[in-house]
Design a protein around this ligand. Structure first.
Ligand SMILES: [Zn+2]
Length: 231
């Protein structure tokens, strides 16, 4: 099997995993993956039901957005994914959903504070929220501008500790080393948002103590990480 066919299979499986993780309503979500050496991005086709999705349906585009294979139209969010792949050379997969609790924080234009260790295991601090797009930015190219405000918000941050972001008024984008990792980070982000919503409703608003946040993040992701079975 060619490397591009393998990428298509991985992207198809990751899109179907959105359903398993209960992250999507209708077709409100998409996953992509990139072949860095071939400079090609594979992404869900627009409007196709996840249950019917097959690897041959996955569209492949260049980093300029020009389709190179696949007969279906790529996701309408393709330009956002392409901006992120160009801005962040270390990421291999991107997920965008409209999962309920992450969207609630995005719609409230609120970052998700780190309130507990479940959050600290995934994010090295708050889940950031972007600024809103201007009318001129939307008119000039809405989907690419969405990628631009994400890149602007994350400038100078270590993406290893920030596997996702909320776009103001819209919803979450997450990423990872490959397409399935980006879906797992989308699921983690939704769980974090759900817990934060309930915690804030219980009037607990002060963040997790910094030394506990650091301990939890580092034992999983730091230089001396000891969570899991290693590799
Ligand atoms: Zn969206």
């Amino acid at each position: 099997m060619s490397a591009i066919d393998q990428l298509r299979e991985a992207v198809c499986a990751a899109n179907r995993a959105l359903v398993m993780h209960a992250l999507v309503t209708l077709t409100w979500g998409n996953v992509s993956g990139i072949s860095r050496d071939r400079k090609l991005v594979a992404i869900k086709p627009s409007g196709v039901a996840y249950e019917q999705l097959q690897p041959r349906d996955i569209t492949v585009v260049g980093l300029d957005g020009i389709p190179v294979s696949g007969s279906l139209r790529p996701s309408t969010d393709t330009a956002t994914h392409l901006v992120l792949y160009r801005a962040f050379p270390g990421i291999g997969g991107i997920t965008h959903t409209h999962s309920t609790y992450a969207c609630m924080f995005a719609q409230a234009r609120r970052a998700i504070p780190c309130l507990g260790t479940t959050h600290a295991d995934q994010f090295n601090g708050e889940v950031p929220v972007t600024r809103q797009l201007t009318a001129a930015e939307v008119a000039a190219g809405y989907e690419a501008a969405t990628g631009d405000v994400i890149a602007e918000r994350l400038k100078g941050m270590d993406l290893a500790g920030v596997p996702g972001v909320l776009v103001a008024g819209h919803g979450p984008f997450s990423w990872g080393a490959d397409p399935m990792k980006s879906v797992e980070n989308a699921a983690a982000l939704e769980a974090i948002a759900h817990m934060a919503y309930g915690t804030l409703a219980l009037n607990q608003t002060s963040p997790l103590e910094a030394h506990i946040l650091r301990k939890h993040h580092d034992r999983k992701h730091g230089p001396g990480a000891y969570y899991g079975q290693g590799s």
